[in-house]
Design a protein around this ligand. Structure first.
Ligand code: ZN
Length: 303
């Protein structure tokens, strides 16, 4: 059975059906970047509880479906524009950056490319260096080419090693420069859009598999938590070698986020069997008399 990593997915907005389908499709590990929630937060406490959910309940919930959950910590670029609140969030971040399962500072960067966004992006690049974590960059959807170039310029200005930086949400216009400059180039597969699986296959054909990473960025919007395995299957169908499929949908993500020292293949290869009788803080994923799924050693698929 193939194994996949989805290195960018906002699982707090997904259902247990999604978790079951993801595991069935071969997703063994996920990374959930800290981001905004569709409407701006008004209190620093909302950030604090959100960050706690990423390292707490969501990590536990994933484990109940056989998926290892990691996250990134950061102040997203949209909410960087609320400067008084952003300053308070910056005070929280060092504490959360050091928690178990945190594999990068992110997703950070530019949205509208304002002065405030620039200020908090730079502060978080410095934080990443202080805590020795890789960086996940969110590139803007408007004025993408310019914003992507600027994100890399500023990362270099702060002395970031490009081998520690993942530039996300690439397209055909940005990929060449990102790879030429030595950064990792991640691609989000959005269903029913220009950056769909078909175009992804063409990019891997043209540029090869080195430093290219596929993700779903699935969240509360129209998105597909199975985008990674679906794209992998399309690559195979279109004749892309298995080794290249594995690099772009598994190995590359592990290589760069593994630099954190928080993510190891053994985390899923040697994971304990699913045990839904477990609770976190007295809470379980089960409702009203449901029978817990408990895997014995015989249920495990040996690799
Ligand atoms: Zn995201």
């Amino acid at each position: 059975m193939e194994m996949y990593i989805d290195p960018h997915i906002h699982l707090v907005s997904r259902t247990t059906d999604d978790y079951e389908a993801m595991r069935k499709a071969g997703i063994v590990a996920t990374i959930e970047p800290a981001f905004w929630l569709g409407q701006p937060r008004t209190e620093v406490g909302s950030f604090k509880d959100y960050f706690s959910t990423l390292v707490g309940w969501e990590r536990f919930r994933a484990s109940q479906f056989g998926i290892v959950h990691y996250c990134t910590m950061g102040l997203n670029s949209k909410e960087a524009n609320n400067v008084p609140l952003a300053e308070q969030v910056m005070e929280l971040l060092p504490l959360y950056a050091g928690k178990e399962g945190v594999v990068a500072i992110g997703e950070i960067g530019y949205d509208d490319q304002t002065e405030a966004e620039d200020r908090f992006y730079r502060l978080q690049l410095e934080l990443a260096k202080d805590v020795n974590l890789p960086v996940l960059i969110h590139t803007p959807h408007r004025d993408k080419k310019k914003g992507t170039t600027r994100s890399m310029d500023v990362a270099e200005e702060h002395g970031m090693d490009p081998g520690w930086v993942v530039v996300d949400h690439n397209n055909e216009e940005t990929v060449k420069e990102v790879l030429d400059r030595g950064f990792w180039a991640a691609f989000t597969i959005y269903p029913h859009t220009k950056m769909g699986s078909e175009r992804m296959v063409e990019i891997v054909k043209q540029y090869g598999p080195e430093r290219i990473i596929v993700n779903s960025a699935a969240d509360w919007g129209i998105s597909d938590p199975l985008a990674v395995p679906k794209t992998a299957n399309l690559m195979r169908k279109k004749g892309i070698p298995e080794k290249h499929v594995r690099l772009t949908t598994y190995q590359n993500a592990l290589a760069v986020f593994g630099l954190s020292g928080q993510m190891h293949e053994d985390d899923w290869l040697k994971a304990p069997p699913i045990d839904q009788t477990k609770k976190l803080g007295g809470n379980s994923v089960l409702r009203g008399g449901q029978v817990p799924r408990v895997e014995g050693p015989a249920d495990r698929v040996e690799n």
